[in-house]
Design a protein around this ligand. Structure first.
Ligand code: FBP
Length: 552
C-alpha cells in the first residue's frame, strides 16, 4: 500500500499525554474518592448491579504505585459507529501494557462485540500496531453493533475470555456499548471470575459526557471536518448567491454536532432539536420559521442561505416523537407479523391501523419516502436509524411549498431553490485532529493503568481537556454512576444517560446571543481544514463547545 505524505508523517507524531502518565509506571499512584451513586433510579440499579454499583472515582496522581507490574492479557473491541482516534486508543493501550510488562498481550477482537462472542481475534505486535498510529478509521480490527444481550451471548464471551486467559476486556464504544460494558463487568464478578471490564468513551455524537467525561473522542475531529465543508459551502453560497443549502449533520439524537458546527460557521439557521422539543414546536412551525428567514433575506436581495439540521430532529418534534415511540413499541411487539408483510402499502396499512388517531394523522401527513424510512429496521439497541431519514429533503419540500403558496397569494416575490446535503460518514474516519490523537492515546494508556490497578466497571477518563495537555488529569469513572433506567424495545432497561444539548449551557446561549444577526446578515465564518502541523493556536484548539463549557 502506498502511503500519502500525511500518513507517513502521522506515524511519527508523538501524542501529548497528561503529565502523570509521562512518569514511569512505578511512580503513578491510584487515588480513590468516595462511593458514588447513579444519576437516577438508585435502588433499582443497586439491586441490578449488586457487585459493581457505587464504586469510587479513580484518579492517577504522582506517587508510589503499589501494584506490581503484571503480565496482563487484555482483549479490546471497537463497538458502534466509527470515530476518529479509535486506533490511538488501541496504540495507547498497547504501549501502556508493554510498558507495564513487556510480556503483556493485547488481542483485538474482530468486528465489534460479535468478535468476543465468536472468539475471533488477532494478537497485536509492534509492526501491526505501528501501521495504525495516529490514523483514522476502525479498520485495525473493524467494529459492529451487535449487543451482548442473551444468556448464551454472555456465556460465550466468558468462554472466550477464559480460553484466552484474559485479565480484562476493553470496550471502546458509545453510551449503549458502555452500558453493555457495565453489564459485562457485573456478570464476570457474579460468575466468580476476576476478569475486569473497562470502557472508553467513543462517539462523534458528543452525547457521552458528564462532569467527568468532558467529551467523547471523535467529536472534535468530526465537527472540524464538517465545519470545514460547511464553511466551504457558505463561501460557495455567498459567491453564487442562488441556493439555500440545507445541511443535515450526524449526531443521532443529540444536536451537539449541529451546535458546534453552527458556532464554527455562523449559518443563517441552525435548528437545535432539544430547543424544538422544549418549545413544543410542530413541524409546521419549524417550516414557518425557516420560511420567515428566507423571506427576510430575500427582501434584501439575498436569495441564498445555509440551514443546519441535526440528524435526530424528527424525534424531537412533539407529534413525531409520539409517533416514533408508538412505532418503536408496535414494531417491537409485532416483529414477526410485520416481517412477513410485502411492500410499502401493506406495511403502512398494518402500522397505520394500530396507531393512535393523532399519530395516524401525523404519519399520513408525511411524504411516502419518510413514512417508509420511519418503518425501517431499528438498530440492535431499538433506536430508529435517524441517519436514514431525509429530514433535510422534507424541510426543503415543505419550505418550498409554503413559499410557493405565498408567491401565489402575492406575499413573497423572491426565489427559493433548495439543495440538500448530509454530512456524517465524511467525518467519522478522518485523520484524528491533534486533540483526538492526544486524547485517545491518553484514554488507552489510562485504561491499562485501570486494569493494572485491578479495577472493573470503570470508564477511562481524561479531564481538564480545554486546557493544554500539561494540565490534563487521568483516571476512571464508575460506569454505574452514569446510569438510569429507560424504555428500550418496550421494556425498562439500565442505560447510560445520553447527554443532550443543555438549553441553559454556555454553547447554546452563545448561539442564541448571535443567531438573529446571523439569520439576516451574512456573517459566515470559514474554519478551513484541520491542521496537524504548525502553531498550537491553529493545531491544538479544542471545540468551541468544550472551551465554552469548561469556561462556564
Ligand atoms: P455511535 O453512537 O455508535 O458512535 O454512532 C454514531 C453514528 O455516527 C450516529 O451519528 C449515526 O446516527 C449512526 O452512527 C449511523 O450508524 P451506522 O454507521 O450504523 O449507519
Amino acid at each position: 500500500m502506498e502511503l500519502s505524505p500525511l500518513q507517513t508523517a502521522r506515524y511519527t507524531y508523538e501524542p501529548k499525554l497528561p503529565p502523570v502518565l509521562k512518569s514511569s509506571i512505578s511512580a503513578i499512584q491510584l487515588s480513590l474518592g468516595e462511593p458514588t451513586e447513579s444519576i437516577a433510579d438508585q435502588a433499582a440499579l443497586k439491586a441490578q448491579f449488586s457487585k459493581t454499583y457505587g464504586k469510587p472515582i479513580a484518579t492517577f496522581v504522582s506517587g508510589r504505585n503499589a501494584e506490581p507490574s503484571k503480565d496482563l492479557r487484555v482483549g479490546v473491541i471497537l463497538s458502534g459507529g466509527q470515530a476518529p482516534g479509535g486506533h490511538n486508543v488501541i496504540t495507547g493501550l498497547y504501549d501502556g501494557l508493554k510498558k507495564i510488562n513487556p510480556k503483556s498481550t493485547l488481542y483485538g477482537f474482530l468486528g465489534g462485540p460479535s468478535g468476543l462472542i465468536d472468539n475471533q481475534a488477532v494478537e497485536f505486535d509492534d509492526s501491526f500496531i505501528d501501521r495504525f498510529r495516529n490514523t483514522g478509521g476502525f479498520d485495525i480490527i473493524g467494529s459492529g453493533r451487535t449487543k451482548i444481550e442473551t444468556d448464551e451471548q454472555f456465556l460465550s464471551v466468558l468462554k472466550t475470555a477464559q480460553e484466552r486467559k484474559l485479565n480484562a476486556v476493553v470496550v471502546i464504544g458509545g453510551d449503549d456499548s458502555n452500558t453493555n460494558a457495565a453489564l459485562l463487568a457485573e456478570y464476570f464478578v457474579a460468575e466468580g471470575t476476576d476478569i475486569q471490564v473497562i470502557g472508553v468513551p467513543k462517539t462523534i455524537d458528543g452525547d457521552l459526557k458528564n462532569e467527568y467525561i468532558e467529551t467523547s473522542f471523535g467529536f472534535d475531529t468530526a465537527c472540524k471536518t464538517y465545519s470545514e465543508l460547511i464553511g466551504n459551502i457558505c463561501r460557495d453560497a455567498n459567491s453564487a448567491k442562488k441556493y439555500w443549502h440545507f445541511i443535515k449533520l450526524m449526531g443521532r439524537s443529540a444536536s451537539h454536532i449541529a451546535l458546534e458546527c453552527a458556532l464554527q460557521t455562523r449559518p443563517n439557521v441552525a435548528l437545535i432539536s432539544e430547543e424544538v422539543e422544549a418549545n413544543k414546536q410542530s413541524l409546521g412551525s419549524i417550516v414557518d420559521s425557516i420560511a420567515e428567514v428566507v423571506k427576510k433575506r430575500s427582501s434584501k436581495g439575498e436569495n441564498f442561505g445555509i440551514v443546519l439540521v441535526p440528524e435526530g430532529l424528527i424525534e424531537f418534534i412533539p407529534e413525531m416523537k409520539v409517533l416514533i415511540s408508538e412505532l418503536n413499541d408496535l414494531l417491537a411487539h409485532h416483529t414477526d407479523d410485520f416481517a412477513v408483510l410485502k411492500g410499502f402499502q401493506a406495511q403502512y396499512e398494518f402500522v397505520h391501523g394500530k396507531l393512535s388517531s393523532s399519530s395516524a394523522q401525523a404519519f399520513s401527513s408525511l411524504p411516502q419516502g419518510i413514512r417508509a424510512q420511519l418503518m425501517a429496521d431499528r438498530d440492535p439497541h431499538g433506536n430508529v436509524q435517524v441517519s436514514l431519514i431525509d429530514t433535510e429533503k422534507l424541510l426543503i419540500q415543505m419550505v418550498g411549498e409554503k413559499l410557493a403558496a405565498e408567491r401565489a397569494s402575492g406575499t413573497f416575490n423572491g426565489k427559493f431553490s433548495g439543495l440538500a446535503h448530509f454530512f456524517g460518514y465524511e467525518g467519522r474516519c478522518a485523520f484524528p485532529s491533534n486533540f483526538d490523537a492526544d486524547y485517545c492515546y491518553s484514554l488507552g494508556y489510562t485504561a491499562c493503568l485501570l486494569i493494572n490497578s485491578g479495577l472493573t466497571g470503570y470508564i477511562s477518563s481524561v479531564r481538564n481537556m480545554a486546557r493544554p495537555s500539561s494540565e490534563w488529569v487521568a483516571g476512571g469513572i464508575p460506569l454505574t454512576m452514569m446510569m438510569n433506567r429507560e424504555k428500550r424495545h418496550g421494556k425498562d432497561k439500565p442505560v447510560i444517560r445520553k447527554a443532550l444539548v443543555e438549553l441553559d449551557g454556555a454553547p447554546f446561549k452563545e448561539l442564541v446571543k448571535n443567531r438573529d444577526q446571523w439569520a439576516t446578515q451574512t456573517s459566515y465564518r470559514y474554519p478551513g481544514a484541520i491542521q496537524y502541523y504548525g502553531p498550537s493556536e491553529v493545531c491544538d484548539q479544542p471545540t468551541i463547545t468544550l472551551a465554552l463549557e469548561q469556561k462556564a
